[in-house]
Design a protein around this ligand. Structure first.
Ligand SMILES: NC(=O)c1ccc[n+]([C@@H]2O[C@H](COP(=O)([O-])OP(=O)(O)OC[C@H]3O[C@@H](n4cnc5c(N)ncnc54)[C@H](O)[C@@H]3O)[C@@H](O)[C@H]2O)c1
Length: 359
């Protein structure tokens, strides 16, 4: 029974996590356990399978879903967690393009060819281009305010823990340069500033906004060279492969700690992999939990809630933003009960933001 599976997964989670680590998912579980909105519905979920992903499955199972987990060929997974799913009785498949599901919960566009009766919910930015010409409705969970909790606060937290993992515990008074003042770079800068680092942010967009207390320098400013030569740590979060290649000579010669947060090799082909922490892979990916559940809770809840919105119908083909009311409900729970409530003021301005075409 899905209810039994939900309870089994919750017991496993309770060994590691406290309720404030996943309040939005707990609230969803409580609502859906009674309402059973997914009764008789077949859902396929391709979120990367790690310990903390179990928390995402609990509300779906409590809501009556016949849940199948798909191991994406594009993304990593934890084998022990997959084993746990098997023990609990949640089917796990490795790619499925023949069976039709009622809703497909995708990540990075891996399941775009899997037939879905009502449509798709895509978790990441990288799935956007895969789905933009889809002839069925697609919710893009990435196109949300909620996702900032994960990408800005969560990756920033992972960055600090990643540095510590490599022995760099003390950032107090040290000069840190962050390339990219986007969602990830701002989070890294904000968290580093919070533990006493002296942070400069470099962005190719001169109008980019640095977090409070950090200086912004345009990427083409003559001051960049000297800044890099004397920095204690240089971090890359531009989302652009090889963005730091023009600075490779300076950085190779310097003593700076180098860290990448981007999905691609942002330091470029001239930088030897062993000169960058974690061999150029995102520094937080060296950790057992690259992004902690407390920062993923709202994103997971939004991904799940969009499945329900798809079942309700009435959405146009192609990309749709998650309904604003759904985001607001999740944010209200996070503000009231999450372990990260105290960190929200740092991104509150963006959480309140209203897109011109917001519903
Ligand atoms: N490590 C993780 O856990 C994690 C989590 C989420 C995203 N990411 C990755 O982090 C990267 C950044 O994502 P984002 O959401 O912050 O992107 P974003 O588009 O919000 O921000 C990127 C910023 O970099 C700036 N930029 C681009 N090229 C530059 C250059 N050459 N020099 C200086 N600034 C430059 C842009 O103007 C922009 O402000 C992506 O690769 C993303 O996949 C990593």
């Amino acid at each position: 029974m899905p209810d039994d599976r939900a309870d089994s997964l919750r017991s496993i989670l309770d060994r590691t996590y406290d309720a404030p680590d996943h309040p939005a998912l707990i609230e969803q579980t409580q609502m859906w356990r009674t309402a059973k909105p997914f009764a008789g519905m077949r859902l396929l979920d391709a979120s990367p399978v790690f310990d903390n992903t179990l928390a995402k499955y609990v509300p779906l199972l409590a809501g009556g879903a016949e849940l199948t987990v798909c191991l994406s060929p594009l993304l990593p997974h934890d084998r022990e967690t997959v084993g746990l799913l098997g023990q609990v009785g949640v089917p796990v498949v490795t790619g499925d393009s023949s069976t039709e599901y009622d809703v497909v919960l995708d990540c990075a566009g891996a399941l775009a060819e899997t037939p879905s009766r009502t449509g798709y919910v895509e978790l990441t930015k990288s799935g956007e281009r895969v789905y933009e010409s889809c002839r069925q409705p697609v919710f893009l969970a990435d196109d949300s305010r909620v996702k900032l909790i994960e990408t800005t606060l969560g990756t920033g937290d992972g960055f600090i823990r990643g540095l510590a993992h490599f022995g760099h515990w003390n950032l107090s008074g040290r000069s840190l340069v962050v390339f990219g003042s986007g969602k990830v770079g701002r989070g890294a800068a904000m968290k580093a500033r919070g533990v006493g680092a002296d942070v400069t942010v470099i962005d190719s967009d001169p109008h980019a906004q640095p977090p409070a207390g950090c200086t912004l320098i345009p990427a083409d400013d003559v001051a960049v060279q000297a800044l890099l030569a004397s920095a204690w740590c240089v971090v890359s979060a531009t989302g652009v492969r090889g963005a730091l290649d023009p600075w490779a000579d300076t950085l190779i010669r310097s003593d700076a700690v180098l860290a990448n947060l981007g999905a691609d090799d942002e330091f470029g082909p001239h930088m030897p992999p062993d000169r960058v922490l974690n061999d150029k892979a995102p520094v937080n990916f060296a950790l057992a939990e690259p992004t902690r559940l407390r920062y993923l809770d709202a994103t997971f809840a939004l991904h799940n809630a969009c499945a329900l919105a798809l079942l309700a119908g009435g959405k146009h083909a192609g990309l749709n933003r998650p309904p604003r009311a759904v985001e607001d409900e999740i944010l209200a729970v996070v503000r009231a009960s999450s372990a990260i409530t105290g960190e929200l003021p740092g991104i509150e301005h963006e959480l309140r933001w209203q897109a011109p075409a917001d519903r």
